[in-house]
Design a protein around this ligand. Structure first.
Ligand SMILES: [Zn+2]
Length: 157
């Protein structure tokens, strides 16, 4: 896993600066480059491929100390969303802008990630596609893995 260490880099998307995190968050992850940021931070988490228990602890502690900063999470992958739903302090004071929802075909088990924005997942019930036809096998229906109530449990009550 040596070459899957977390990389933190800045990109500009549609004129907006985003901080992209790519790779695995673990006990060796160094978040200190984020301390230089003064303004609101837009964290694009789409490249995060894994997080272990020590990575979760490091993440939660880091953001606890940064509680005064404005932070946005965009394009959260399922590996991050599952932590947000299980551990409320994982999100801390950050605002979740968009997340990827994992759909699985009930026929061929193809997986597809669908981006869901906060105005969609914050609605009650979440305004998401319940099912859609699988474009690969053309026979099955794509369904949200685990169901919406479980997947979107991170939503602020
Ligand atoms: Zn299919």
């Amino acid at each position: 896993m040596e070459n899957d260490k977390l990389i933190i880099e800045k990109v500009v998307v549609n004129g907006q600066e985003q901080i992209c995190l790519k790779g695995t968050i673990d006990e060796d992850t160094d978040f200190s480059s984020l301390l230089k940021e003064n303004g609101p931070m837009v964290l694009n988490l789409s490249g995060v491929t894994g997080i272990n228990s020590l990575g979760i602890r490091g993440w939660v502690n880091f953001w606890k100390e940064q509680a005064g900063k404005k932070v946005f999470y965009v394009e959260c992958p399922p590996v991050i969303v599952r932590q947000m739903s299980m551990i409320p302090s994982f999100t801390g004071t950050a605002e979740v802008v968009s997340v990827f929802a994992p759909y699985i075909c009930d026929h061929c088990e193809t997986e597809e990630l669908v981006l869901v924005r906060s105005d969609e997942f914050s609605a009650t019930p979440p305004q998401i596609k319940e099912t859609f036809s699988c474009s690969k096998c053309q026979a099955g229906e794509m369904e949200l893995d685990g169901g919406p109530n479980q997947y979107f449990a991170f939503r602020k009550k």
